[in-house]
Design a binder for this molecule. Structure first.
Ligand code: UD1
Length: 441
């Protein structure tokens, strides 16, 4: 296994281009199961989760080809063998997003067997809302040996449009909305999804599906109206930039009090995060490049930070609220603010594995159920720490960039699931970060 060794205290400078979104790419890739024609996606990031999804689609009869040498790295997925309908545990267990093949398989092939994804470090993560939504479209769903077994109704094995409410205790469900949306586009008649997830990744999926011939109204809003069509065509689509990677690099600049430029930056998708960061003293300013008008979806921004970081209160919420996937990164930043901050986790109340590791670096944190009080300290101190999940690991990298001395972060394979070659990106900005084999430490 790999580890990072980071010597903190180096200012960052330069320009980084944000990659395409992991969380958008995964359901987009699964949507290729909905058509017999090839679907080409541009800007899919080079990450282990993406490679696992490619592997999963391979077991489901898809041929994939990646043109690695081209700048947008086009990935073409062609579902050529519709006889395969089983998503095996060996792959789904590596990546919860494996569940998003369920809706497309059921809609196009009339049946699916998908291993029930387990819990993970950030909580139990049930899929009851996914199943409730698919049942509302007529699917018969049972559990067998840890697998979800779903069959579409009737002799023709076609789903039937229906009214679906996808609200749960923590708001809507992102991948649940992706699943039901993909199921509904080929269902007979009209489907209305109430309390749909409004995340930009869902709007991007609706964009691709629309390009494939689907009839969808309300993309990006909590009410989706879908008129089923008989078949979908292929498409050529560019994935939206990764708002979480973008937000992470903003926090990297802020925690080191550096000025950097970020390209392919999704300003509008980060409204709540930029508002909270602005309250801390971080200024993210869209800029025009090459005389072009400012682009708030894929434009460039500069990041600058005040000398003193101000404390703030934050609640993670479904989009357009503050994203839970930036909670750990913000916490690291607030460890160095001048006063007491509070973060309350409203999506995954146990998503605080980074707290114990930050304590090892000298942070002052008090957890109380779903909230953490962060008492700003003048400095963090390098220490050996353990990455526990994807975003917690990113939070630790940020803390290490600002810390006095050397931090060793073990198990960075979590980071590799969501950040494309993070150490190279940070090196290009001037950070002192090395990837090493843990056994060589
Ligand atoms: C997606 C993201 C993940 C992000 C999360 C919340 C991907 C690949 N992953 O995960 O990075 O942290 O959204 O923004 O896009 N819930 C239920 N029943 C369900 C489904 C979810 O109760 O059937 C609950 C969850 O426990 C959680 C909340 O709903 O409290 C939101 O989860 P959900 O939006 O489904 O997360 P994912 O789509 O799995």
């Amino acid at each position: 296994m790999d580890a990072f060794i980071i010597k903190g205290g180096r200012p960052l400078h330069g320009t980084v281009r944000v990659h395409g979104s992991k969380n958008a790419s995964l359901p987009l890739m699964a949507a290729a199961l909905l058509t017999d024609s090839p679907v080409t996606l541009h800007d899919v990031p080079d990450l282990s989760d993406i490679r696992n999804m490619t592997r999963l689609l391979g077991t489901l009869g898809c041929e994939t080809s990646l043109k690695d040498a081209e700048p947008s790295r086009p990935l073409t997925i062609h579902a050529t063998d519709p006889s395969q309908t089983a998503a095996p545990y060996e792959i789904v267990k590596t990546m919860r997003a494996g569940i998003c093949v369920l809706g497309p398989l059921l809609a196009k092939r009339g049946k699916a067997r998908v291993s029930m994804p387990g819990g993970c470090a950030i909580g139990d993560r049930p899929v009851d809302l996914h199943l409730r939504g698919l049942r509302a479209l007529g699917a018969e769903i049972t559990l067998d040996a840890g697998d979800i077994v779903a069959v579409a109704p009737g002799k023709d094995q076609k789903l039937i449009g229906g009214h679906v409410f996808l609200g749960g205790p923590s708001g809507s469900t992102v991948l649940g909305t992706a699943n039901v949306l993909c199921a509904a586009v080929l269902a007979k008649g009209q489907t209305v999804i109430e309390s749909a997830a409004c995340e930009p990744e869902i709007a991007d999926l609706a964009d691709l599906l629309t390009q494939m011939g689907a009839q969808i109204q309300g993309a990006g809003s909590p009410r989706l109206i879908i008129d089923g069509v008989d078949q979908l065509s292929g498409a050529d689509h560019r994935v939206i930039p990764d708002r979480i990677e973008a937000g992470t690099y903003v926090c990297a600049a802020a925690i080191t009090h550096s000025t950097i430029t970020l390209e392919n930056f999704p300003t509008d998708a980060l409204g709540a995060a930029l508002d909270r960061l602005n309250a801390v003293g971080v200024e993210v300013t869209p800029i025009s490049t090459d005389g072009q008008p400012i682009d708030r979806h894929r434009g460039s921004v500069t990041v600058k930070t005040d000398d003193t970081l101000k404390p703030i209160q934050v609640f993670t919420q479904p989009h357009p609220g503050f994203p839970t996937d930036l909670q750990a990164q913000l916490m690291s930043l607030l460890c160095l603010a001048d006063g007491n901050s509070t973060i309350t986790e409203k999506i995954f109340p146990d998503r605080f594995l980074h707290v114990a590791e930050l304590l090892r670096m000298g942070a002052n944190l008090t957890r109380n159920g779903p909230s953490v009080v962060i008492t700003g300290a003048p400095k963090l101190i390098g220490a050996p720490v353990m990455a526990s999940d994807l975003r917690a690991s990113a939070g630790l990298v940020l803390a290490a960039l600002a810390a006095k001395g050397t931090t060793t972060i073990n198990r960075v394979y979590h980071l590799d699931r969501g950040y494309e070659r993070m150490e190279l990106t940070l090196q290009s900005l001037g950070a002192d970060i090395q990837r090493v084999k843990e056994e060589n430490l």
